[in-house]
Design a binder for this molecule. Sequence first.
Ligand code: ADP
Ligand code: MG
Length: 342
Amino acid sequence: MPIRILPPILANQIAAGEVVERPSSVVKELVENSLDAGADRVEIDIDKGGSKLIRIRDNGCGVAKDELVLALSRHATSKVATLDDLEGINSLGFRGEALASISSVARLTFTSRTAEQAEAWQAQAEGREMNVTIKPAAHPVGTTVEVVDLFFNTPARRKFMRSEKTEFAHIDELVRRIALSRFDATLILRHNGKVVRQYKGATTVPEQERRLAAVCGTPFMHHALAVESEHSDVRLWGWLATPEGARPQNDLQYTYVNGRMMRDKLINHAIRQAYDELLPADRFAAYVLYIELDPRQVDVNVHPAKHEVRFHQARLVHDFIFQALFTALRQGGQAPSPQSAP
Ligand code: ADP
Ligand code: MG
């Protein structure tokens, strides 16, 4: 075959392959967009495990009418303009690919209104050329994104979707993770029209503890030690269960770096080492831990789904986490008392 430039929809579908693995990946991208837009209330509606409908409604800043077309195009973002921005990134998004990718594998409508506009506008990406059409709509300030018939045009992906129950369980788990990343935001999750989770914005310490208990359960709270430590401008805080609170599964292991959820090998290794001989071989640690450091000290542009990071001073971060948790587990920490939310 001769070399050719891929048509836009195919290029976007290839990019979608990296980030849109299943319905919960769509929810992740869209809720992160809402939070980046300054929303403190996000409603998530799911039908049939997300295969039929994913609808995210937020009260964020919205997108202006004349930027709607751009928002849905590939490599278009309001979050970075220069390499310097990228290296000091504060937002969850920055690749400018999510909306273009999702709209290449589903029917996507994006309805939005900014505070400056008297009316809302709705954008839709259509056809092989992915031309975006817009029309007037009714919507308060903020955004609603609707994703219908996910993977309708990519049968291989569609085949990999599991049962409605399994896909919804992934979404539920994702929303739990997000709930712990932003205590101040109200999150509502509905499945097939029924409210499944309702996390009310938590600002006071008792409210935050209630959210922690709602996500992690009372057994975790009974065994949780609060930790807070700082070293060389790296801050670590959160909660971890004493060995008595260890679990038969690794289902309560939440780590965040600058508010971004992570599954990072280095962090996990430091935590495992801190527990070491305290944990029986068939038990798993339980923790909710936040690492905060200068964004310039960490590279988040390592993985398209951004699950991993690269710390510039990896050894230092690793040893600090290890040391702080090692000490807390052996000397006992305080009873739960949350610090300010990230
Ligand atoms: P990225 O988040 O990496 O910038 P996306 O494709 O997810 O890329 O979004 C493209 C752009 O669309 C964003 O940079 C932002 O300006 C705008 N956008 C997307 N979702 C929202 C939203 N819910 N509220 C306001 N603006 C949004
Ligand atoms: Mg995004």
